[in-house]
Design a binder for this molecule. Structure first.
Ligand SMILES: *[C@@H]1O[C@H](CO)[C@@H](O)[C@H](O)[C@H]1NC(C)=O
Ligand SMILES: *[C@@H]1O[C@H](CO)[C@@H](O)[C@H](O)[C@H]1NC(C)=O
Ligand SMILES: *[C@@H]1O[C@H](CO)[C@@H](O)[C@H](O)[C@H]1NC(C)=O
Ligand SMILES: *[C@@H]1O[C@H](CO)[C@@H](O)[C@H](O)[C@H]1NC(C)=O
Length: 501
């Protein structure tokens, strides 16, 4: 006897409006895929030869036939999501004992999750998303030892998230969002090393996030948003090396954002909005090079927006509104296209007018404290040095003048001159390339003309080069002893330090 497999695949054939009555007479029919059509009427629930039945996204309504399951002795995959089915999920479904995939999501099933479902021990995927189911998750759920995907999201389930769920060793996705689950996030979830996606959002969970959760090194998505979770974000968060999404928004989480969070280099989506976080935005956030979505709004974050965040080139959404931030809004990288909505209601931010904040004070830059201290201490020092050098030059010239009284070109300087930085800037055309004379090991030399018409050579030391100070001192001594015809007879040599900002 030859075995013929009959399959009917008319998925998305929009013109199909009913299933022929005698389809059940096709006694070799194994696969019937009529998903995404306009089907309504009776569901052919008694074709014992079927292994796959896909009627997803149709207009089937009403109760499931009472013989559901009994006629499906060979069925492994049943897709009935996105219809208008109502009533209870009948116990008899457990007679389809070979079921591996059961999708009943986005219907209007009500009542309890039938305990008989837990007899379907071959189930790998169970999707009851978006129905009207109530009651509790029963401890017998742990009988579903093959289960890898469980979604009970968007129902009206109550009680606690029971520890028995953690006994389903291969569970890879657990979706329990939008229910009314109470109590805490079970700590045993940290034992589910196969877990990749965990969505417990929009429930009534309380207490702190169990520390064991931060040990799930391979987890990719964690959504615990819109609960009443408290506690802090631990330093160990950086061990979640595969994390793509972290949503802890709308909870009661307090404390600082740990700088270690910057270690989450695979993260695309981070939302910590609407919590009680305080302290600064860690600079390390700029290390999260994959980040596309960042929402830190509605917290008590203070300090400045780290300029380092400009390096998040993938960032498409940023929200820092409703915090206590001050200082300049960076304008590079992803900030170029940001709008006022991303920064509103902060303490004292400044920046571009289109961000509806006041303009930053002229010259106000986000210097690191280190640089600010350098400038404050070194600026007066620098001016003094210029003065001293000028003084030395003056004395030297006087000596030269005395010793060489026949030289009429010589400029007579009666007192030390004081030259401002801006005069030098103007005199050298802003240290223009055309005024460039040469480069030494610690700086560059420019030709300049002072407002008096005086020709000068300006040597700039770059402070970022180690030893520039020593070099500056040595140079002063050298110039005092120098007898160079062109330099000393017809011009003034000015040395100055410039801070390389
Ligand atoms: C399947 O059930 C329908 C009614 O739901 C019935 O008319 C039909 O004869 C049954 N077919 C088989 C093969 O049992
Ligand atoms: C369902 O299966 C049980 C045994 O597992 C059997 O006793 C029962 O008769 C079956 N029900 C139907 C309607 O086939
Ligand atoms: C996690 O598993 C270990 C053994 O693998 C066990 O000792 C521990 O109690 C489990 N933790 C929880 C919270 O279930
Ligand atoms: C940022 O968050 C605030 C408050 O949550 C909201 O009002 C605002 O629209 C958000 N901004 C953007 C750009 O979405």
């Amino acid at each position: 006897m030859t075995s013929i497999t009959l399959l009917i695949i008319l998925n998305k054939a929009k013109y199909i409006r009913f299933i022929p009555k005698d389809i059940g007479n096709l006694d070799k029919l194994e696969i019937l895929d009529l998903g995404n059509n306009h089907l309504s009427g009776d569901i052919p629930f008694n074709i014992s030869t079927l292994t796959l039945l896909d009627l997803e996204s149709n207009y089937f309504s009403g109760l499931l036939p009472p013989n559901l399951g009994s006629g499906f002795t060979n069925l492994t995959k049943l897709y009935l999501s996105k219809n208008r089915l109502t009533g209870k999920i009948p116990n008899i479904i457990s007679n389809a004992s070979k079921l591996v995939i059961l999708e009943l999501g986005m219907n209007k099933f009500s009542g309890f999750i039938p305990d008989a479902l837990t007899n379907l021990t071959k189930l790998i995927k169970l999707d009851l998303y978006g129905n009207d189911l109530n009651g509790f998750i029963l401890p017998t759920i742990s009988k579903l030892q093959s289960l890898q995907y469980l979604s009970l999201s968007h129902n009206r389930l109550q009680g606690s998230i029971i520890d028995e769920l953690c006994q389903i060793r291969n569970l890879s996705e657990l979706h329990l969002a939008y229910n009314m689950f109470l109590e805490s996030v079970p700590g045993c979830l940290g034992n589910l090393t196969s877990l990749r996606k965990l969505d417990l959002s929009s429930n009534k969970l309380i207490s702190h996030i169990p520390s064991s959760l931060w040990r799930l090194k391979d987890i990719m998505e964690i959504d615990l948003s819109s609960n009443a979770l408290s506690g802090r974000i631990p330093l160990e968060i950086s061990s979640l090396r595969a994390l793509i999404l972290l949503n802890l928004s709308s909870n009661q989480i307090s404390g600082n954002i740990p700088p270690t969070i910057g270690g989450l280099q695979t993260l695309l989506n981070l939302s910590l909005a609407h919590n009680k976080l305080q302290g600064p935005i860690p600079e390390s956030l700029g290390n999260m090079i994959s980040l596309e979505f960042l929402d830190l709004s509605q917290n008590f974050l203070s300090g400045v927006i780290p300029k380092f965040l400009e390096s998040l080139v993938q960032l498409k959404y940023i929200n820092l509104s409703y915090n206590l931030l001050h200082g300049e809004i960076p304008d590079g990288g992803p900030f170029k296209s940001s709008t006022a909505e991303s920064f509103m209601m902060n303490e004292d931010l400044c920046g571009k007018p289109q961000l509806q904040v006041h303009p930053c004070k002229k010259g106000y830059k986000q210097w690191s404290t280190k640089k600010t201290i350098l400038i404050k201490c070194l600026l007066p020092f620098m001016l003094v040095l210029i003065l001293v050098v000028s003084c030395l030059i003056f004395l030297k010239r006087k000596r030269d003048f005395v010793s060489d009284s026949t030289n009429n070109d010589l400029l007579i300087l009666e007192r030390p001159i004081r030259i401002s930085y801006y005069e030098l800037l103007r005199g050298t055309n802003g240290f223009n390339e055309s005024n460039f004379l040469g480069k030494g090991s610690f700086g560059s030399v420019y030709k300049g003309v002072l407002s008096s018409g005086q020709l000068v050579a300006v040597k700039i030391f770059h402070l970022d080069l180690e030893g520039a100070f020593r070099s500056f001192d040595a140079e002063c001594v050298a110039i005092c002893n120098l007898r160079h015809r062109i330099l000393l007879r017809s011009s003034v040599v000015i040395q100055m330090l410039i801070l390389n900002l």
